[in-house]
Design a protein around this ligand. Sequence first.
Ligand code: NI
Length: 134
Amino acid sequence: MLYITRKEHFSSSHKLDNPEISREQNVEIFGKCNNLHGHNYYIEVTLAGTIESESNYVMDLKILKLIIHDEILSKVDHKFLNETEMFKNVIPTTENMVMKFWEVLEPKVKRDNVRLYSIRLFETEKNYVEYRGE
Ligand code: NI
């Protein structure tokens, strides 16, 4: 099995706020993240697969790049996440974001020889969440 990864970058703003609890509880749980603020996110999308006979690639990484741009970056880059279609009913924590990105990308990258293996979403240089669809 071969694992291929494309890394991309986007910048978005968000606030972590649960509308079902009080203002005080939101501040207690989310602290400064309850305020509007932004992040420079990095996303790493890894596919697992075997060599495709004609190209000798698992998947041309230019194709993976285009899929990530069309399905993710065009919808979140330079956007206020809380008001995007993707996160209007979901609190945009890194955890929720990476699971939503999986849901969107998984059917788009699937081929006979390849499947989505993992997505890592870096919110800062030091913090990231990895999801493998399990
Ligand atoms: Ni944040």
